[in-house]
Structure formats: structure tokens, C-alpha cells
Design a protein around this ligand. Structure first.
Ligand SMILES: Nc1ncnc2c1ncn2[C@@H]1O[C@H](COP(=O)(O)OP(=O)(O)O)[C@@H](O)[C@H]1O
Ligand SMILES: [Mg+2]
Length: 324
């Protein structure tokens, strides 16, 4: 029986800017069980990274969490002191983000940088123990041991990102957040790294939150998927169920724009329009300006938002569940 590892409930967060509040995360709820992989998908700017950073409590200074709860193994993370949060980060939740491979310190050898993180979390370990562990992790992510002795500039982008994955694993996290971890890499390397992440996840029994704008990648990587639009989750459910019977027009548009998933000859169909600005409070259903079949009530300010259940563990936004 799988156990709840991470439980996010009604999470809302905005950025305080000179132009007004940017409502980047609106009433977001989801659960990730032990060993499960959970995907977050949506267009650029819909709030995916904001969710990831808020989970780690690493959001920028101008952000404000207005509501909600983030529980890791039953323990609330919102409101923890910086000291307690440092313990949670890396050794419980760690993150691999898009630009991570460029975040290596250029003048320190890769192995030394990983050992530095390990020393902080495992002060009792000997240097040799840490070296052995790094060698093991390198093997898992397809890197040669000798990489430890190299400087970041001596490695290719793909190698640097593999080393980031090893770093993220070095303190034995229970859950890894991978936020577009392969976007900056070429396609062949992307594929290899996705396989590596999947392999490591299975091998170590980790939970994974995989974030991508590419629903095809999410399909390969996850058991459960949440589709985000304008800061909200508009559809969530088992990956198979969402892919076989997507209920939200936005989910369908994402799937239709990825021909490899739903039959290769399918004509690309993109959605007209742009996601709404997150600065002004959106009137009515946030998807209504782009909805292919809006009803007259969708633009109504009092339209009922929120998810309703339409299948086993499969939920869709209430407004859009009625438009289809
Ligand atoms: N530090 C910030 N200050 C103000 N707005 C921000 C900040 N970071 C992100 N945003 C805005 O928040 C929204 C969500 O961004 P983000 O979470 O990065 O989306 P995604 O990862 O899905 O591309 C966007 O409108 C973005 O411009
Ligand atoms: Mg992002």
C-alpha cells in the first residue's frame, strides 16, 4: 500500500510587483505517494516553477504564500524556520532545475562540490565513504568516476546535468523535483537523461515530481499528472486515464499538439490566443477566452471554479467539465 509522502492542499502564492500581484499559484492541491512519479505540465508562465520553489520554500523575497499547506510525511513545511528548512532541503526533497548544470562553481572540481554538500548533511562520514558514494551515484547516472576530478568547464552540458542529478541524490532524498531538467540539452541527450532519471527513481524507490511544458515527456515519466493553466490545476488524474480520456479542452489541445502520442498522422492543432495575464484577477473561468466551446456562463464572475471528480482519482475543473 503506497503512503502519502507529500501532501499539498489549497496552496496559493502571489508575487508582489510594482504592477500589482502576480497570482502564480492558485488553490493548488495534489498528493505524491512514496515511490510515485507525479507530472506537472502546462505552457510557459503557468506557474510550474513557482509551485516547485514554494514546495522547497525557496521562492523569491517578493512572493507571498496566502493560503494552504505543504506536508511532507505529515509535517507542515510552511512556517518552518530557515534552519529546519535546510534540513528538509536536499535530505528530504531535492531539486534538479533547468539551469542547474550552469550553477556549478567553475573553480572547484565536481567531486569536491558534491562532497561539500555531503559534508554538511553527513558530518560523520569519512572522506572515503563520500567518495565511494559519489562513485556509486556516478555509475547510476552514467558518468565515469574520473569526472569527480574534473572542473565543470571540462564537461559537456549533458555530463554536467548528470552530475547535478548525482548531486541531488547525494543526500538520499525521498523526493526529487525535476523542473524542465533537460530543456537546455539536445534531443538525444534529453532522452538519455530522462531514462537515467527514471532508472534511478525505480532503483532507489524515490518519489518524483517531473515538471515540463512537454506533455509527451510527462506521459513517459509519470504515474499521475496535473495540467496547470494560469496558476491553477485544471485537470488531474492517473496519467493513463488523463491521456486516454482527457476531459479539459486545454489538456486535449496539449495532447493534440503532440502528434507522437495520439497517432502520428494527426494534424497539429494549436490553441488560439495566449494564456491570460496573472496580474489582474481573472473574471469568470480563466480558460474561457481560449475555450473552443465556451458556454454563455463561463465569463460570468460567479462561475464556479474548482475541481470535480469525473473518474477514479480523475478530476477536472468544474466550469470546463460542463462545456464539453
Ligand atoms: N520573481 C517573480 N516576480 C514576479 N513575477 C514572477 C516572478 N517569478 C515568476 N513570475 C511570474 O509568475 C508566473 C509564473 O511563472 P513560473 O512559475 O516561472 O511559470 P512556469 O514555470 O510555468 O513557466 C509568470 O507570469 C511569471 O512571469
Ligand atoms: Mg518554469
Amino acid at each position: 500500500m503506497s503512503q502519502k509522502l507529500l501532501e499539498v492542499t489549497n496552496l496559493s502564492m502571489h508575487y508582489d510587483t510594482l504592477d500589482g500581484n502576480v497570482d502564480a499559484v492558485k488553490n493548488v492541491s495534489f498528493t505524491v505517494n512514496s515511490g510515485e512519479s507525479f507530472g506537472l505540465v502546462g505552457e510557459s508562465g503557468c506557474g510550474k516553477t513557482s509551485v516547485a520553489m514554494t514546495l522547497l520554500q525557496l521562492q523569491p523575497d517578493n512572493s507571498v504564500i496566502t493560503e494552504g499547506s505543504i506536508k511532507l510525511e505529515g509535517k507542515e513545511l510552511i512556517g518552518l524556520s530557515e534552519n529546519d528548512l535546510r534540513k528538509v532541503r536536499w535530505d528530504s526533497i531535492s531539486i534538479v532545475f533547468q539551469g542547474a548544470m550552469n550553477a556549478w562553481n567553475p573553480v572547484i572540481k565536481i567531486g569536491e562540490q558534491i562532497r561539500e554538500a555531503m559534508r554538511e548533511h553527513y558530518p560523520q562520514n569519512s572522506k572515503q565513504e563520500n567518495i565511494n558514494k559519489i562513485n556509486e551515484l556516478f555509475k547510476m547516472v552514467g558518468l565515469d568516476e574520473s569526472i569527480s576530478e574534473r572542473f565543470p568547464h571540462e564537461l559537456s552540458g549533458g555530463m554536467k546535468q548528470r552530475a547535478v542529478i548525482a548531486l541531488a541524490l547525494s543526500c538520499d532524498p525521498k523526493i526529487i523535483i525535476a523542473d524542465e531538467p533537460t530543456t537546455a540539452l539536445d534531443v538525444v541527450i534529453q532522452d538519455q537523461i530522462l531514462n537515467e532519471i527514471k532508472k534511478v527513481q525505480n532503483l532507489l524507490g524515490l518519489s518524483l515530481i517531473y515538471i515540463s511544458h512537454d506533455i509527451a515527456v510527462i506521459a513517459e515519466m509519470t504515474d499521475k499528472i496535473a495540467v496547470m493553466y494560469a496558476g491553477s490545476i485544471v485537470e488531474i488524474g492517473p496519467t493513463q486515464s488523463v491521456f486516454e480520456s482527457p476531459k479539459h479542452s486545454y489538456t486535449r489541445a496539449l495532447l493534440d499538439s503532440t502528434p507522437s502520442i495520439r497517432g502520428e498522422k494527426k494534424k497539429l492543432r494549436s490553441l488560439d490566443g495566449e494564456p491570460p495575464s496573472l496580474i489582474n484577477e481573472i473574471q469568470g473561468c480563466s480558460f474561457s477566452p481560449r475555450c473552443p466551446s465556451p458556454s454563455s456562463g463561463c465569463k460570468n464572475q460567479s462561475v464556479e471554479m474548482g475541481l470535480i471528480q469525473i473518474g477514479e482519482e480523475h478530476f477536472v475543473d468544474k466550469c470546463c467539465s460542463e462545456c464539453v
